[in-house]
Design a protein around this ligand. Structure first.
Ligand SMILES: [Zn+2]
Length: 94
């Protein structure tokens, strides 16, 4: 999977404060405003086993999770649309 999607820089989004610091990198859509942003979510937030290998996950396996949305300006529900396995692999390689 390419790291670049459309004209977005997923790596920069993941590094931004809005993505969070721990968890699995996923591309997710805010149910409040429809904005798509890279977020990190803990396996537990996605109804996954804490020791799950995120590389094996499909976005359809994941449940919605709560995360702050800076457009909505409060915590909202986010629906995972993709597990960013490319970014995961890059993180592991470092
Ligand atoms: Zn929002």
């Amino acid at each position: 999977m390419s790291v670049d999607r459309d004209d977005r820089d997923l790596e920069a989004e993941l590094a931004s404060a809005g993505a969070g610091r721990v968890g699995i990198p996923v591309d997710a859509i805010c149910v409040g405003c429809g904005r798509i942003h890279v977020k990190r979510a803990e396996p537990g937030e996605l109804c996954q086993h804490p020791q799950v290998d995120p590389i094996t996950l499909e976005s359809s396996d994941l449940t919605s999770f709560k995360h702050i949305c800076h457009l909505c300006q409060h915590a909202t529900w986010w629906n995972p649309v993709a597990v960013l396995s490319g970014l995961l692999e890059r993180e592991r390689g470092e």
